[in-house]
Design a protein around this ligand. Sequence first.
Ligand code: DC
Length: 225
Amino acid sequence: MQRINVAIDGPSAAGKSTISDLLAKKLGYVHLDTGAMYRCVALKALQNGIALDDESALTAMLEQTDIRLTPDGKVYLDGTDVSEAIRKDNVSMAASDVSKLKQVRIDLVRRQQQMATAKGFIMDGRDIGTVVLKDAEVKIFMTATAHARALRRFAQNQEKGICTSDLETIEQEIQKRDDQDTHRANSPLRKADDAVEIDTSDMTIDQVVDTLYRTVLQKTEQEVS
Ligand code: DC
């Protein structure tokens, strides 16, 4: 079967990562979670006491930083498995802070484009359809209400045994991050003109995966004919 690239953008906790993972397995594609890369930058900055707005120190740090995403969904920062550490609430907010910086974005976008040189990738983030993979054959803009997203993040944290804030605090943090991610000067979160918007608030995970699966199959058939 002809392979294509899929770009999935949208706000925090809209289900991008879970859906991308399942869709990738169903299609035999590779899922690249670009948010995990911003989270790695934030985690390393926090560990090393680097201010989250110190662009030159963060850029210098990135020169000495190895980030690896494995096909089974693990995230390695300088050889250490940080898959869980990067999901903590303080790292989420810090990731939104470092992702505002132009030089950080330039560095990570370059890495992301190098990772997806062939077809068969599902990449999720905020600027995939607009910047990283502008020529992706399928572009999805995935949304859900802040409340629905907070409920999901809360349940997810509890399931994984991650020490978590209460629901109300999570919802407030999600709204704050939405605001930051949408209003920043560099590559703000926005729907690409050619993206299809899907509101997942009232959809089950299976329904969303099925919808996207059919969209990808339709597109692959079009590409062949
Ligand atoms: O998807 P996520 O919540 O794991 O992303 C963490 C932060 O990184 C989020 O606040 C926005 C930022 N981000 C970004 O600016 N561009 C991307 N391609 C992916 C994430």
